[in-house]
Design a protein around this ligand. Structure first.
Ligand code: FVH
Length: 293
């Protein structure tokens, strides 16, 4: 039995992430064609074995998978709409970050043009691509996911979230929401200690120790949310007192309240609504969408 050769791939978009994807495909032995709107971003990739396409039409004329990694939903349409007549019967994997509704719109657009479509969310920065810590979320065509699982694993571990093309984006943005609020919280803390001359580097040492310990509590919080159990842990009254003190200390130090202010407002509202004796997980009840109990 002969081993099948790696499928050819065309990558549209050679920003920081697109270039990292191409490098991983080349390392995996895939013949890879690259295209970018602004010429000149492919020199290193061509030196590493990629074929350069001068136009998007030329890029999609190459056989195999088409992977898009562009700026946003609009740029994906700009590029794919321009070659839609060449895409019938082809497979498009879109690794551009887009909202769930955008992913669903693109999946419907693809179906209406006879294109097989898989949407993806990249949980990695370019330097992580192909490394064990990189993971990618996929949804849309199960057939495309299954047939290309080994290729997708070249980028990072690959998990499929179902036929609804919007699911990968939903997870992606939910995870990013957690990441951004964590970094914003770190910035707030760094601004507080800076008022006494402490460097962000020194503060980071303590922040990593503390936040790493707290991350381990997340599964317990999830269990409590699912069980509707808001009895355990510190009460929201306690949290309110802590946030009142943090806000006062920040204000006295001249630190902006843009990060902690909205959280204090949410906790204040939950306490005012009678949830003061409940655990911090009452915050989930305070933000969840109506009907998603
Ligand atoms: N970089 C990262 O850390 C994150 C990690 C998680 C996933 N994101 C998403 O990946 C998409 C691409 O990100 P990127 O880092 O490659 O972004 P840029 O370096 O800014 O490159 C953008 C490319 O998109 C091209 N482009 C923009 N608009 C258009 C358009 N209307 N038509 C055609 N191409 C377009 C741009 O081309 P050019 O400016 O060089 O001509 C770049 O190739 C993104 O969704 C992240 O959220 C990355």
């Amino acid at each position: 039995m002969t081993k099948s050769s790696p499928v050819p791939i065309t990558v549209l978009g050679l920003g920081a992430m697109g270039r990292a994807l191409v490098a991983a495909f080349l390392r995996g032995g895939h013949p890879t064609t690259v295209w970018n709107r602004t010429p000149g971003r492919d020199a290193e990739l061509v030196a590493a074995g990629a074929a350069s396409a001068a136009t998007v039409d030329e890029a999609v004329r190459a056989d195999g998978l088409i992977v898009a990694c562009l700026l946003d939903h609009e740029s994906v349409h700009d590029v794919l709409d321009s070659v839609v007549d060449d895409l019938a019967g082809r497979t498009v994997i879109n690794l551009t970050s887009t909202a769930p509704s955008d992913a669903r719109e693109l999946a419907a657009w693809a179906e209406s043009h006879g294109i097989e479509y898989l949407d993806g969310g990249i949980m990695a920065i370019p330097a992580m691509i192909g490394r064990p810590e990189s993971f990618l979320l996929y949804s849309g065509s199960k057939k495309v996911f299954d047939e290309n699982a080994a290729t997708l694993e070249l980028l990072g571990s690959a998990e499929y979230f179902g036929a609804d093309a919007g699911m990968a984006s939903l997870y992606d943005f939910a995870l990013l929401a957690g990441m951004y609020t964590m970094f914003a919280g770190f910035s707030h803390g760094a601004a507080m200690v800076r008022t006494e001359g402490v460097s962000a580097t020194e503060f980071a040492r303590h922040a990593v120790q503390w936040l790493s310990a707290m991350v381990r509590v997340i599964p317990l919080s999830a269990e409590a949310i699912e069980a509707g159990d808001r009895a355990g842990g510190q009460s929201l009254d306690f949290t309110k007192a802590a946030l009142d003190a943090i806000v006062r200390a920040s204000r006295e130090a001249g630190v902006g309240l843009d990060v902690v202010g909205p959280l204090k407002a949410l906790v204040d509202r939950q306490v005012a609504d009678g949830h003061g004796a409940e655990s911090f997980d009452a915050v989930f009840a305070g933000v969840r969408a109506p009907g998603s109990e």
